[in-house]
Design a protein. Structure first.
Length: 290
């Protein structure tokens, strides 16, 4: 949904830096207000994992900047599909960094998933802007780094606390960038505040709270894999709102990609509940929703 809201905001005359600065500043204020109201020990937890949190903030800044910039050149549907090429990169990092063994069914699922991405890209090269494609793939690369690092940081920090600190770092970077480069501009149409509010409330705050609630109900693995159906909603709503031509004819590829990921999880033997006490060992195809 977030690229759709971004497209609607751009139609009101806002630029990428201003949009992201507003998003993260207001989201950060709400998150820290919530944590203070709940009496959480934010500083103590943040100090224990500060280098990792700073790294997550930098990754989040780059990923959001690449992704929000991509939809200025290509459709929201294509940007969403290209972003979801990141599971293969996360698996590669898990193998190289965490020395994780990858099951044959996982490799097969990822291969078929990537095939769908290649089909989408191959059929759109004649019309898709190269800059948009590059930015969306860049977002996928940075997001894979973000997930790999977050898998370690979240062992020592509560997810809500980590997200609040990461949002603070990201907002500081975007505000600083806007001030230095002169990119902050509030000369956009008043109606633009509606998609901005949707980005903050729906795609940031509610998305985080809903995902954490899902963790408690479904468990880490299931909640993470359910969140990977997001491109299906983006494609469907993009077709309805913008009439994106290729999305309707290629949506089957996104469906197939999601089905394959579901199959790779639920065809596996049941896991012991004890395995979910810490970060899921099979995190290579999971996503930490932010």
């Amino acid at each position: 949904m977030i690229p759709i809201f971004a497209l609607l905001a751009y139609r009101g005359g806002i630029n990428v830096v201003t949009l992201l600065a507003i998003r993260f500043v207001l989201s950060g204020l709400v998150l820290f207000g919530y944590l203070l109201a709940r009496g959480r020990r934010v500083l103590a937890q943040a100090a224990a994992a500060l280098p990792g949190l700073l790294g997550l903030g930098l990754c989040y800044t780059l990923q959001s900047g690449f992704y929000f910039s991509a939809v200025r050149y290509i459709s929201a549907s294509l940007a969403s599909i290209l972003l979801y090429s990141y599971p293969a990169l996360v698996c590669l990092l898990a193998f190289l960094v965490e020395k994780e063994r990858l099951a044959a069914r996982t490799l097969l699922a990822l291969a078929v998933s990537l095939l769908g991405v290649i089909l989408v890209l191959g059929s759109s090269l004649g019309t898709a802007h190269p800059a948009g494609v590059g930015l969306a793939l860049g977002a996928a690369v940075v997001y894979s780094l973000y997930i790999t690092l977050a898998n370690r940081v979240l062992r020592d920090v509560e997810p809500v606390v980590a997200m609040a600190v990461v949002t603070l770092v990201t907002s500081a970077l975007y505000v600083g960038l806007g001030l230095v480069a002169g990119g902050l501009s509030f000369a956009f149409a008043p109606a633009t505040w509606l998609p901005i509010a949707l980005i903050i409330v729906v795609s940031t705050l509610l998305a985080i709270l809903a995902f954490f609630r899902g963790l408690g109900i479904l468990g880490s693995s299931t909640a993470s894999i359910v969140s990977m159906t997001e491109p299906l909603f983006t494609i469907g709503i993009s077709v309805l709102l913008f009439g994106t031509g290729w999305a309707g004819s290629r949506s089957w590829e996104a469906c197939w990609s999601s089905v394959v990921r579901w199959w790779s999880r639920y065809s596996a033997p049941p896991r012991s509940p004890a395995l979910d006490a810490g970060p899921p060992p099979g995190y290579c195809i999971n996503t930490i929703h932010t």
